[in-house]
Design a protein around this ligand. Structure first.
Ligand SMILES: Nc1ncnc2c1ncn2[C@@H]1O[C@H](COP(=O)(O)OP(=O)(O)OP(=O)(O)O)[C@@H](O)[C@H]1O
Ligand SMILES: [Mg+2]
Length: 430
């Protein structure tokens, strides 16, 4: 299972320039997360801080029980082996072929023989669609190909945490869709915790379980994707619609006179260049390809979300209920197309012991641990029991018998049940 990454009160500056402050969030183990934010808000700096390449002045980054802001260089070296990182610029070695670039982490961190290295490298080369280009130098290929080579290199160690800085930049929309699908499939296969930094709204709408956004040196939001997509916050709405009218300016901040002039233009019907898409209409999340294992994180994520549902804004709750009903409907109508949706629809989420990890965040509309809201865990569990059964069981009837999915949830039960189902031993086909 992927590794939870907990960031607490993180602050980073370069000299007198503060980049962001007091950032707290948890990337739940094995879930897929996206980080949005205007250019220059420090998203890449955030990724580099997560792997200890940059050092924050304050706060902690806990990975697998170790605070990497405090640990020794040796511990950090070990922790880094958990990561696969796709840097924004690809960060390939210019004098090495793509093959050697992709083989680099294997040669550096493992004792694998060259034939094993070749097998793994060629498998990843194939996966990212670069077969035939492996002998070229980074300078001899296109920007999008470099990006895909960087992704192949990020994947060779089967990392438990994958950080992707703008995996779509330089890629055409179709290749972007393939890369996004690849990340979901990898998530299903190895249950890695994924963080994608992106400006791509299509990715944000369809790929992550959770989305966060950095703006004006703060994490303005981090929560289930439906929460950000239905947010009424002007900065979020502007960012999603890609409009120049709104609080985000060319150099981030806008002064009041400019904002007033823009409001007048907007009122007069002049376009700010944005789309009028309704982002609160949630698009179904991309599912692993048929043949892939059930995405375990999807089940943990739903359990988490249901546990915290009552703490979320009303429109986010509404969107999440709709998402769940829609996913269950799809599972019932075409169970053969997604084992993950089937597993979700057959899991009993009404158990009060359903997994809850707590995802602290910043102000407005963030994950708030139910214990903080209700004072104690008991009261909170009681609320969950009352509010949840109508949500989880919609389209698909529970199968009879002792199918593992009908048992109350705990993490180990989920893992076992899913492993069984992947092997075709569960009686889950509706
Ligand atoms: N090593 C560094 N030394 C000094 N300043 C830096 C360093 N790295 C980043 N910065 C500054 O930190 C700020 C945030 O940079 P960062 O690259 O994280 O932005 P970003 O959100 O990733 O932007 P984009 O969307 O354009 O990639 C910028 O002002 C940048 O100049
Ligand atoms: Mg960046």
């Amino acid at each position: 299972m992927g590794v939870e990454v907990t960031v607490e009160g993180l602050t980073k500056s370069f000299g007198s320039q503060n980049i962001w402050r007091d950032v707290s969030l948890t990337l739940p183990a094995g879930e897929v997360n996206a980080l949005l934010g205007p250019s220059g808000t420090g998203k890449s700096v955030f990724l580099k801080t997560l792997i200890g390449l940059l050092h924050p002045e304050q706060g902690s980054v806990i990975i697998d029980g170790t605070d990497i802001t405090q640990c020794s260089a040796k511990e950090l070296y070990e922790i880094r082996k958990l990561f696969g990182v796709l840097f924004q610029d690809g960060a390939l070695f210019g004098s090495m072929s793509l093959y050697d670039n992709i083989a680099f982490p294997l040669r550096e961190h493992t004792k694998k023989k060259e034939d094993e290295v070749r097998r793994i490298v060629m498998e990843k080369v194939e996966l990212v669609g670069l077969a035939g280009a492996e002998d070229k130098l980074p300078g001899e290929i296109s920007g999008g190909m470099r990006k895909r080579a960087g992704l192949a290199r990020a994947l060779v160690l089967d990392p438990q945490i994958i950080l992707c800085d703008e995996p779509d930049s330089g890629l055409d929309p179709v290749r972007t869709a393939y890369i996004s699908q690849l990340l979901i499939d990898i998530n299903a296969e190895i249950d890695a915790t994924i963080l994608i930094v992106t400006h791509n709204i299509n990715i944000a709408r369809t790929i992550p379980d959770n989305i966060g956004m950095l703006f004006r040196k703060e994490l303005v939001m981090f929560g289930p994707r439906e929460q950000l997509l239905t947010s009424e916050q002007p900065v979020v709405k502007q960012f999603l619609s890609g409009d120049r009218f709104g609080p985000i300016g060319m150099s981030e901040e806008k002064d009041e006179s400019v904002a007033a002039a823009e409001a007048a233009m907007q009122a007069a019907g002049i376009s700010g260049g944005g789309t009028s898409d309704d982002f609160s209409e949630i698009i179904p999340q991309v599912q692993p390809n048929p043949g892939m294992p059930v995405r375990k994180a999807a089940i943990r994520h739903r359990a988490n979300v249901l546990n915290m549902l009552h703490t979320l804004p009303e429109n986010a709750q509404h969107a999440i209920r709709n998402s769940i009903a829609e996913e269950d409907r799809r599972a019932a109508e075409s169970p053969e197309t997604s084992t993950t949706l089937v597993a979700l629809s057959q899991t009993d989420f009404s158990d009060p012991n359903a997994v809850y990890t707590g995802l602290p965040g910043g102000p407005d509309g963030v994950y708030v641990a139910p214990t903080d809201v209700h004072g104690n865990a008991q009261a909170n569990q009681a609320t969950d029991v009352v509010t949840r059964p109508d949500l989880a069981k919609t389209a698909v009837a529970q199968p009879a018998g002792d199918d593992a999915f009908t048992q109350p949830i705990d993490t180990s039960a989920i893992e076992t049940a899913i492993i069984d189902q992947s092997k075709g031993q569960g009686s889950n086909q509706a």
